[in-house]
Design a protein around this ligand. Structure first.
Ligand SMILES: Cc1ncc(COP(=O)(O)O)c(C=O)c1O
Length: 395
């Protein structure tokens, strides 16, 4: 038998969400109607003009050749215009922008391009798994810092982590509005973390996946709005959420030239870029779909209201998030000792509702479950009834 000591694969724990998925699938195969709030996988179609552009472009055989790993120049130009229009930020499309095959791929490869086993990286916790596991896969040391409601407290903890770390951290990875906690910040928070990065010479990586999924007049800032942020920071964005394009795999990374070029270089060895017709259609989305983005945001807002109002009505206190496609709900006192995995299993069994256990995003998440707003209002009402029924059971 060949050696099965697959070190990198072994570093990754079994995906906790896999257990919930199996239970969900088993229940569905028994004919149960499971309402699925599990994955952050948008359920609505991509805007029609984007699909049409793809269909038109794919008919041209020239587009069937290898594409460009760093992204078509016109796509990078569209991204440059997006930052200018949305945040009044100037970027150079040749040196400060690289596209990736979804931001998950980009984040993982940026870690691989820049980190080695002597490096330490500070990552907020709980968080979207690739923020931490990109670091683990790259063989670097992960130093998780718990998120706090008070962001100044969080920053204090980040500084403490820097000062007490055996080796000085090389990088800090953050994500606001945050998946899974939905925590949202003002530009003032970014100013403070950029100051910390500059004080200690540490790179800052920011994931802005939920830039457009914002409610109640909240506007999610870009870290690049901070003067001089480009000296030490990059930001990732994805078309997956804003444009209902999760399967298309288009994201980008912008900001500091050294980081962007490191990612560009490693990607040039690893891929030939997203299929050209997809990149061309992505240009259409970025340039011409602002009104579709507003409609997508409104849809999540109304689902958020339906779910939060419904849960609050049946005695499960949850706060309405200012952003993201999630509701991060503290497990009710009666069940909190079970932990998030067991509680999630009970929700499937007794309420026919699937959620993501908070522990899947880091130990700090174990008192929570995450609802993704990927079911419509009718189904949300049905889920709330199922949960109410479960809460009334003597188990
Ligand atoms: C915070 C965050 N970053 C990145 C991603 C991945 O997005 P993409 O589809 O661009 O890989 C997600 C997906 O859920 C996310 O929540």
């Amino acid at each position: 038998m060949p050696n099965q000591d697959f070190k990198n694969a072994k570093k990754l724990p079994p995906y906790i969400f896999g257990q919930i998925n199996s239970l969900k699938n088993e229940a569905r195969s028994r004919g149960e109607d499971i309402i699925d709030f599990g994955m952050g996988n948008p359920d609505q179609p991509t805007p029609n003009i984007v699909v049409e552009k793809l269909v038109e472009t794919v008919k041209n055989p020239v587009t069937h050749r290898y594409s460009q790993s760093a992204g078509l120049p016109k796509l990078r130009l569209a991204i440059k215009d997006w930052y200018l229009r949305k945040y009044n930020i100037q970027l150079d499309q040749d040196s400060e922008i690289v596209t990736c095959m979804g931001s998950k791929e980009g984040i993982a490869h940026l870690s691989l391009a820049t980190l080695s086993q002597d490096d330490t990286v500070i990552v907020q916790s709980p968080t979207y798994p690739i923020h931490s596991y990109g670091v683990v896969i790259a063989g670097a040391n992960l130093h998780s810092v718990s998120l706090k409601d008070d962001t100044d407290e969080f920053l204090k903890d980040v500084e403490e982590a820097i000062n007490t770390s055996k080796t000085k951290p090389k990088m800090i990875i953050i994500n606001f509005p945050s998946n899974p906690t939905t925590q949202s910040v003002s530009v003032n928070f970014f100013e403070k973390i950029i100051n910390i990065g500059k004080k200690y010479d540490i790179w800052i990586i920011h994931d802005l996946a939920y830039a457009d999924i914002v409610f109640d007049e909240y506007k999610a800032p870009s870290i690049l709005e901070v003067d001089g942020a480009k000296d030490i920071a990059v930001e990732f964005f994805t078309l997956s959420k804003s444009y209902n394009m999760p399967g298309w795999r288009v994201g980008f990374c912008c900001g500091n030239k050294n980081l962007v070029q490191a990612l560009t270089k490693i990607k040039s060895y690893m891929d030939y870029g997203t299929f050209t017709p997809i990149q061309v259609a992505a240009i259409k989305a970025i340039n011409e779909c602002d009104s579709e983005v507003s409609a997508i945001r409104d849809m999540y807002e109304s689902r958020r209201n339906e779910l939060c109002d419904g849960l609050n009505r049946i005695g499960w206190d949850v706060a309405k998030p200012l952003a993201t496609m999630f509701v991060w709900a503290k497990i009710p006192e009666k069940y909190i000792k079970l932990g998030s995995l067991e509680f999630s299993k009970m929700l499937i069994k007794y309420a026919q509702v699937a959620v993501s256990p908070g522990a899947g995003f880091g130990e700090d998440g174990d008192e929570y479950v995450r609802f993704s707003l990927i079911e419509n209002e009718q189904r949300i009402k049905q889920a709330v009834r199922g949960i109410k029924n479960f809460f009334s059971m003597e188990i």
